[in-house]
Design a protein around this ligand. Structure first.
Ligand code: FES
Length: 175
């Protein structure tokens, strides 16, 4: 810890830092305890862990002086935040207008059927999560789905099947 960082801690009276994960401790050293920093800090937690663990919510609640209920409200409002760990592969189907009129619901139906889970859920083996999104800025390629952010445009049910089968084959080969 640098001298500057420890001063920030002192000045911010960050008394949660010793009781939460080292990562939250780092965040407390990086961000001032201002409510406006909540979204940025949640973004960092989501990126690091793939979800927002309860202990992180508690740490941010104490540090930023924001009630847990309010933090929960923010997490559930923004689709990029999740309360549970995501699978290794997150498949998101765009249900925005352009994709929807081009049949993206069929893609979603096939996806939920093939993986046996609903949007917002993760397969038991931790391999796949399903999300629905509203426009990923690739309307010209509608309908669109993404795998860990990689866009698959002019999607068909057959294409989806092939992508999933390919991922499964790669997983099997790597075991
Ligand atoms: S509506 Fe699907 S990418 Fe824009």
């Amino acid at each position: 810890m640098t001298e500057n960082q420890s001063k920030v801690n002192e000045n911010n009276q960050c008394n949660v830092c010793n009781t939460v994960t080292p990562f939250i401790k780092e965040l407390c050293q990086t961000y001032l305890p201002q409510k406006d920093n909540l979204i940025s800090m949640l973004n960092e937690v989501q990126e690091k862990f793939g979800y927002i663990p309860v202990e992180a919510q508690k740490g941010l609640s104490e540090y930023l002086q924001i009630p847990m209920a309010e933090i929960y409200g923010v997490i559930t409002f923004y689709s990029r935040f999740t309360l549970e760990p995501k699978g290794k592969y997150t498949i998101s189907v765009c249900l925005g207008t352009a994709c929807f009129v081009k049949g993206s619901q069929k893609i979603m139906d096939r996806l939920t059927q093939k993986l046996g889970i609903e949007a917002g859920q993760t397969t038991e083996d931790g391999l796949f999560s399903i999300d629905e999104t509203r426009c990923v800025g690739a309307c010209g390629l509608a309908p669109v789905f993404t795998v860990n952010g990689e866009v698959h445009g002019r999607a068909t049910v057959k294409m989806l099947d092939e992508v999933i089968d390919q991922l499964l084959a790669e997983e099997k080969a790597s075991q």
